[in-house]
Design a binder for this molecule. Structure first.
Ligand code: FES
Length: 109
């Protein structure tokens, strides 16, 4: 299966909101500064994390991540990866789970 997914037009996403995309298992964020996608797959053993007020929480063994996906409490060994978000020629947002980007990278769209 392709790790590149068209997820919709920028206008399909509310501003200052986070939407979980179950097929991609990412949290797609839209802020004034742009779009970004954080993996929902825990870096410990691969459970799907949930969003809470502080950040993300893994139900399996209790790992806690901040808003940016950085580990606050283990056993997760690594930050939740940020995936590349681009705009296709037809104006669709594309998330590529084969390509990670530095934490803080946003797509202005
Ligand atoms: Fe997330 Fe173990 S799989 S804490």
């Amino acid at each position: 299966a392709s790790l590149r997914s068209k997820i919709g037009a920028p206008s399909d996403f509310a501003e200052d909101a986070i939407r979980y995309l179950p097929d991609e298992r990412v949290f797609l964020h839209r802020e004034r500064e742009g779009f970004y996608a954080i993996s929902a797959i825990c870096t410990h053993l691969g459970c799907v994390v949930t969003k809470d007020e502080e950040g993300f929480h893994c139900p399996c063994h209790g790992s806690v991540f901040d808003d940016a996906g950085n580990v606050i409490a283990g056993p997760a060994p690594r930050t939740l990866p940020w995936y590349e978000v681009t705009l296709s020629a037809e104006g669709q947002l594309v998330v590529d789970r084969a390509r990670t980007v530095p934490v803080g990278t946003r797509l202005e769209a």
